[in-house]
Design a protein around this ligand. Sequence first.
Ligand SMILES: [Zn+2]
Ligand SMILES: [Zn+2]
Length: 241
Amino acid sequence: MVEVNQRGHKSGCLICGADLIYSDAEERQICSICGHALHSNVRCISGHFICDTCHSLPATEYIETYCISTKTTDPIELAQTIMKSSKVKMHGPEHHFLVPAVLLTSYYNYRAEDGIKKAKVNGAKSRAQKILGGFCGFYGDCGAAVGTGIFVSMITNATPLSRDEWRLSNLMTAKSLFSIANRGGPRCCKRNSFLAIVEAVDFVKEYLGISLPIKGKIDCNFSHLNKECLHKGCTFFRNSD
Ligand SMILES: [Zn+2]
Ligand SMILES: [Zn+2]
């Protein structure tokens, strides 16, 4: 697994923070974010190549593009990969979209419904953009939890007039919020995203009979970037940090 480097990967590869290497001649390379093939003479030492278009994307568009092109079915692994990019800050409202994006991506990849995935991820982006930064502390409704409600609303096609879909969507947010609230503050967008995703994976298994593969133990690679990290007080803290 690629580690976040000590610079908080502000330089080097956008995906993993590793140093870039340049060759004399351009080679055909596949962009690690959008999947398009281009000729370039730069890649990182881990083998990532990122096209110029993806290089200049803001965080939410980066998340969307990455999710649309990936085939993974593990939402935690996908979340951790996206979080390692320097485009995604330690804390920030991009996590409100990241949570439903990785869940929708894993769900539709698992069901081999690639054609639906793109529209759903794009729809979740529009909805998530309405969840402001700091929503957790100011409104008592963590955006990562709302993100799981968006996820269930989108896969069940819930509306304000639905009956069971409405119940499931609100129940999803409630379960995520309960899990997040029980850990206490201060906010951590990594911890709360992991908790929300785990709750959503449990939820779709229990209520929809779909078992998304998920890592057994989640290790956080971001403690050194979070000055409010609870360290041993957090479920996901790695002792080696
Ligand atoms: Zn890389
Ligand atoms: Zn690209």
